[in-house]
Design a protein around this ligand. Structure first.
Ligand SMILES: C[S@@+](CC[C@H](N)C(=O)[O-])C[C@H]1O[C@@H](n2cnc3c(N)ncnc32)[C@H](O)[C@@H]1O
Length: 235
């Protein structure tokens, strides 16, 4: 499944996805909002926005939300300081250097997997490089991401092709969860020298299949094989 196909899946299941955001995953989004709100400043780029905001949009002067699911026919909420743009962060066509004070990705990294483990790492690195490219001096890159253990990531790495085949059989976008160390190493490698981090408060419940079966495969938050983390990266 290509990046554009992943966008098409999120386009097709947009309403279902929002049902989960406002339903089973609502506590998770509230907890994420509490972390993001104090960090937002100036002009914000929200990559892989998906048409939903866990944060208070009035905290930013303007928000440019980009996503590969932003194709015609999507019913996106009209908000005065928000503009929606179709773009792929791996090969962006609408972004310019030094144009944002805050760059945000929320639940994006686990969706940029490629056809191999090597390509997946390359894609994650590309997201970080492009965040760096658009940030103004003194700007901040905020990542909110479900993070798995190093042990689980090494299983994903070893069994990559098997996982990929399983996801393709069900026509579901491949999910590759990163460990804390992988994200940290990539950030440092790309030049983010000052990186703060922490865990987002674990919600009581978590929805595991937000697009295709929203509000159905719901487990206690503590049982999940990942925890939501935040990274606050500065150059
Ligand atoms: C799990 S959703 C997250 C949506 C929202 N940020 C949230 O936290 O609910 C991941 C989003 O990333 C988008 N996406 C995946 N790959 C992308 C890429 N290369 N460039 C831009 N958006 C991408 C998908 O279309 C999808 O809307």
């Amino acid at each position: 499944m290509s990046i554009d196909d992943i966008g098409s899946v999120f386009h097709k299941y947009h309403n279902a996805y929002l049902a989960s955001v406002h339903g089973a995953n609502s506590e998770l989004y509230r907890n994420i909002g509490k972390v993001i709100n104090p960090l937002l400043k100036g002009d914000v780029l929200d990559i892989g926005n998906g048409g939903c905001f866990a944060y208070d949009v009035t905290k930013a002067s303007k928000i440019v939300a980009i996503d590969t699911c932003f194709k015609t026919g999507l019913n996106l909420e009209k908000i005065a300081n928000v503009s929606y743009q179709y773009d792929d962060i791996l090969i962006p066509k609408t972004l310019h250097p030094d144009s944002f004070d805050t760059v945000l990705t929320q639940s994006l990294f686990h969706h940029v997997s490629g056809k191999s483990h090597r390509e997946t790492l390359k894609n994650a690195r590309k997201v970080i490089e492009n965040a760096r490219y658009v940030l103004r001096p003194g700007g901040m890159f905020v990542i909110i991401e479900p993070i798995t253990s190093a042990a689980f990531e090494s299983i994903e790495r070893t069994l990559f092709k098997i996982f990929l085949t399983c996801f393709s059989v069900f026509r579901i976008p491949m999910i590759y969860l990163f460990s804390f160390k992988t994200i940290m190493d990539l950030l440092k490698d790309v030049g983010f020298v000052d990186v703060g981090y922490g865990e987002i408060k674990c919600p009581k419940k978590i929805d595991l299949c937000t697009t295709i079966l929203p509000n159905l495969i719901v487990i206690p938050g503590w049982l999940a094989h990942f925890r939501y983390h935040f990274f606050i990266a500065k150059l």
